[in-house]
Design a protein around this ligand. Sequence first.
Ligand code: BES
Ligand code: MN
Ligand code: MN
Length: 458
Amino acid sequence: MQAWKDYQEKNKDRFLNELIALLRIPSVSARSEHKPDMLACAEAVKDALIRAGVDKTEIFATEGHPIVYGEKIIDPKKPTVLVYGHYDVQPPDPLELWHSGPFDPVIQDGKVYARGSADDKGQVFMHIAAFQTMVQTNTLTCNVKFIIEGEEEIGSPNLGKFVKGHTDLLHADVILISDTSMLSLETPSIDVGLRGLSYIEVEVTGPNRDLHSGVYGGAVANPITILAQMIASLHDSNNHITIPGFYKDVQELSKEERAELAKAPFNEQEYKKDLGIKELWGEAGYSTNERTGIRPTLEVNGIWGGYTGEGAKTVLPSKAYAKISCRLVPNQTSASITELVINHLKKIAPSYVSVEAHEHHGGDPYVTPIDSIPFKAASKAMETTFGKVPIPMRGGGSIPITALFEKSLGVKVVMLGFGLDSDNLHSPNEKYDLANFYKGIETIPYFHKYFAEMHGKG
Ligand code: BES
Ligand code: MN
Ligand code: MN
């Protein structure tokens, strides 16, 4: 559409400047000292929605960080697209590894560097800019609703309740999310799957106090050693998870489905080189893309205990801790895997120690069927602006609310992500390529157009 192109070309710099203003707000959801920034960021998102042309908007307070809502209903008989995204970001540390301040956006080599640039403010803003494009050119084909939350990076602890309590407000025909990656601008792809998550913290207690490791060492079990042994026992020599029942509900893909997914290009040499590793690791019998896409995993995210400060201290610690998370695939559920893992850890604990474990947060896996209208509309939109049919892929990450959206609102979720795996999400020097940003803004109006055309005809 020429009118879209013209409008976007004229407003290119303004779109970028508005994104930069959002990126300057340190909306770190995990840190309580950023509470005022969270509210400021919610206000900024709301203002951006108003400038873009919504006719109703509201900030909903939650027990945690606020949720921003906005809508423009052009005709109740037309289909409604609900856009979800998040304005919160991960903590920026370690700060010393950033080349510029995480909240001082810098443009270099056609990329904007800042925490949240790709995950997810840059991708949320594409929707705001695309929406404004359609409003200003009088070409909206669907009603549009926005729900932009501030707690995705901490597991969306309050969004589920909000969604369940506002099903009328959020009523829509499709949920559209841009918070994932694609292969590259040359090889577009769509994540049709996201893994679920079970996140657990374990506490292993040995003696009732820290002990002199010379006086007691050799006679009393060291909880760090025991925890390390317990953790090591969770994978076998095939890197298969050993917890009985862990794979019970895992949906096995057919040969044909696996062959389809194997069409995604993958360069093992480059992958290893990029990560600085000599050999890949993983579950026997599965390719790298399968290991991160269709197979569940168990990872230790952190382990600590005893003395870790400067110098040395000869201590036999009383306690050891670990944070452990599992990525889940259809038809596993977060609740059942969390219970399974906690019970297993307690069961394998030797009698020298006691083990406590609790859940942090979780979410169920999600798959968008490739024969669904939302997927077809997304695929056609990308094909229009990239000149190539996008490859459907399974993404390894999680967006905890997706499965609950479908359950509560009764409609499909489709991921139309424009990030790259190399964007340094959650890492120092997070960036978003401006080419991807503008391609997203260009593509999204086509999604609305094709969705409106296909809706009700499937
Ligand atoms: N946007 C990511 C998820 C993602 C990234 C999916 C890239 C696919 C490709 C999201 O913000 C995220 O980081 N999710 C967390 C889950 C959360 C509970 C902390 C994750 O996957 O670890
Ligand atoms: Mn995200
Ligand atoms: Mn994230």
